[in-house]
Design a protein around this ligand. Structure first.
Ligand SMILES: C[S@@+](CC[C@H](N)C(=O)[O-])C[C@H]1O[C@@H](n2cnc3c(N)ncnc32)[C@H](O)[C@@H]1O
Length: 234
């Protein structure tokens, strides 16, 4: 029988180690988060804050921050940084309207099966003039059946898989697997627009050169998008 999909408390130890040891978060993801957040984010709520790595980074820069997540285990760490709430996204029913200036969410949107409600709830809790910043695995990476392949000349291409359809796949999380949801960029941008968000900046980034040099199987992927980041304003 196949392993049932894990919840994030089951894989909390794996995620803590991942954050602590994988330089990609510092080398590739942190610059995207910094660029999209900008210099004056006001009061920030992180949606799906995990163990609080981004909350700590923002708090170190002096931002008033708080976080929420569904994993009690990971919130134990984040609580050392700032106030946190146990929650099950996409609902933010526990929070009043226009409570924060910026909502940030990193590597969470592709774990949720209802992105329309995520965008609507984020818009409700962000104050007028505020922002929503999201960083996720790029949808060409999350598409079921997608992946790299090499032609006979050793040039690396990307197989799109089922990019245009909504779908889900299992991704490894240490010894376990978690569910990852896929939607096209068009689906994500349309859901955000329907919720009333105005796109301010969109970033598409490959794995950085350092990550590719460390892992030979990534060679040739220098121009293939791996991360998607967006900043919307309300
Ligand atoms: C890949 S981790 C990212 C954590 C953090 N944003 C970071 O970048 O370090 C995904 C996080 O989303 C949380 N999560 C997944 N589904 C959730 C849900 N429905 N509601 C709240 N949190 C959720 C998990 O508990 C986990 O902390």
């Amino acid at each position: 029988m196949s392993d049932p999909i894990a919840n994030w408390d089951d894989v909390a130890a794996w995620w803590r180690a991942e954050v602590a040891t994988d330089p990609v978060y510092r080398e590739d993801v942190a610059p995207m988060v910094d660029q999209l957040m900008g210099p004056s984010a006001g009061t920030v709520l992180e949606l799906g804050c995990g163990d609080g790595q981004w909350l700590k980074r923002l708090a170190d820069h002096g931002a008033p921050v708080f976080g929420c997540d569904r994993s009690e285990q990971l919130l134990t760490d984040a609580r050392a940084v700032c106030p946190v709430a146990l929650c099950s996204l996409p609902s933010l029913a526990w929070l009043r309207d226009e409570a924060v200036d910026t909502a940030l969410s990193v590597f969470v949107l592709d774990l949720l099966d209802d992105v329309a409600t995520f965008f609507a709830e984020a818009r409700r809790v962000v104050a007028s003039g505020g922002a929503l910043v999201v960083v996720i695995n790029h949808p060409i990476f999350t598409a079921p059946g997608s992946g790299p392949f090499m032609d006979p000349d050793l040039e690396v291409f990307w197989r799109w898989g089922e990019y245009l359809s909504d779908g889900a796949s299992r991704i490894p999380a240490g010894e376990r697997t978690v569910a990852m949801h896929h939607r096209s960029v068009a689906h994500l941008l349309t859901d955000a627009a329907d919720a009333g968000w105005h796109l301010d900046e969109l970033l598409e980034a490959p794995l950085g050169r350092a990550a590719i040099e460390r892992e030979p199987s990534y060679a040739g992927q220098e121009s293939i998008p791996r991360f998607l980041g967006a900043r919307w304003v309300r």
